[in-house]
Design a protein around this ligand. Structure first.
Ligand code: UD1
Length: 364
């Protein structure tokens, strides 16, 4: 039996680890998962709610590191995670995605000669101003098993000199969670609670530092919402980073003159899936939501200058719009007029990615 330490820290990690934990628990004793939560995200609505929705067990180990600058947060995780590795002696450390917890735990494991498994390897925005891009590059450079979600991931890794034998194209664990929980999400009462009709609203998420740490970009995006909300209500569950920045910049009232924009607290996984699936379209700067909308066939405008998930644009329903107010308005109108690409589902996004990962690890 191999002991695999599965690491989560921030919101987008939870839906990626849930199917992996499940598949490991069903591996007939080949793999023994140990779940470590760094505590990078700690608010109930950013963490515990997701554990409940995704039927994740309580973490075996909780580090409780909390927020801080990049160096502080990464260093705190490393100090605590090193102790855990020395005590538990895992055979492998498995990290997902591209958050600070991902890179911190990869570094620790690598220096202790514990093989590193990276799920969602190889994605590249080619924009090193994104903290996630730095996290991806470092994590992939240190990893022994690199599981990729789309073909671009494989190509990027090969160009960076990663040996082909380390790369495995297995599909997308985020889509594993989506397919597993879609039926349950359909029973959510969120539409009724918010008095929304299917197809009767646009859904927005906004939290990237390039957007919400920059008051000019924030204003440009909200100016687009000001026009779009005249045609369709906008629902915006607000990330704590965004809320704190609005206060910091004295922009709390930015939305108050927009009667058709509804700000919500962050919401759980099942409710959010139900809101996404029933929306007319989505505007987001998230990575994962570009993938979920592609799978669901919901039009998506990505409020960034680039994407590390090009398959969502090439095959899916996603278009990169950046923060250009006029372009956002123009493309939103195009969607409302029914002129949008249909999109298809990317290869191997079939709900079986975690099983493929477990198969590779179990026979390694
Ligand atoms: C992190 C990830 C990002 C991911 C996002 C999803 C990194 C570098 N970034 O960004 O890739 O898309 O999570 O949510 O790892 N805060 C709270 N409560 C919480 C967590 C955070 O109030 O539970 C506030 C704190 O003020 C904190 C700020 O949000 O300083 C930012 O949190 P942090 O973990 O540093 O990065 P995110 O912006 O959440």
């Amino acid at each position: 039996m191999k002991r695999v330490m599965n690491v989560v820290g921030a919101r987008p990690n939870f839906m990626k680890i849930a199917p992996i934990q499940r598949a490991m628990n069903q591996s007939n004793g080949a793999l023994e998962p140990i779940l470590v939560h760094t505590g990078q995200h700690y608010d109930k609505r950013m963490s515990k709610l997701f554990f409940e929705d995704l039927q994740l067990p309580e973490p075996d180990i909780y580090l409780g590191v909390g927020s801080g600058s990049h160096a502080e947060q990464t260093a705190k995780i490393m100090i605590d995670f090193e102790k855990v590795c020395l005590e538990k002696k895992p055979d492998m450390v498995l990290v997902v995605g591209d958050v600070n917890s991902t890179v911190a735990c990869s570094l620790v494991a690598s220096k202790l000669w514990i093989p590193v498994v990276h799920v969602e390897a190889g994605l590249r925005s080619f924009d090193r101003k994104m903290p996630e891009e730095v996290n991806r590059l470092v994590t992939d450079a240190l990893s022994d098993y690199l599981f990729v979600t789309e073909k671009s991931g494989r190509e990027n890794l090969l160009k960076e000199g990663v040996p082909e034998s380390k790369i495995h194209f297995v599909g997308n664990v985020m889509i594993d969670s989506l397919t597993f929980f879609l039926e349950k999400a359909a029973r959510s009462s969120i539409l009724a609670e918010l008095e929304l009709e299917p197809q009767g609203y646009a859904l927005v998420t906004l939290h990237r530092p390039s957007n919400v740490d920059d008051p000019d970009n924030l204003r440009k995006i909200v100016s687009a919402f000001a026009e779009i909300q005249k045609d369709i209500p906008i629902i915006l569950p607000m990330h704590p980073r965004t809320r704190k920045n609005l206060e910091r910049f004295g922009l709390q009232n930015l939305f108050s003159s927009l009667p058709n924009v509804r700000l919500l607290e962050p919401i759980g996984y099942l409710d959010f899936m139900q809101l996404t699936r029933n929306s007319r379209f989505v505007m987001t700067d998230s990575g994962g939501i570009q993938e979920e909308t592609t799978y669901l066939g919901i039009p998506c405008l990505t409020l960034r200058e680039n994407t590390e998930r090009p398959v969502t644009v090439e095959v899916g329903t996603n278009v990169i719009v950046g923060t250009d107010t006029e372009l956002i308005i123009q493309l939103a109108r195009q969607i409302l007029n029914g002129k949008w690409k249909e999109g298809q589902q990317p290869e191997l996004w079939d709900g079986q990615a975690a099983q493929r990962i477990v198969d590779v690890l179990a026979r390694s």
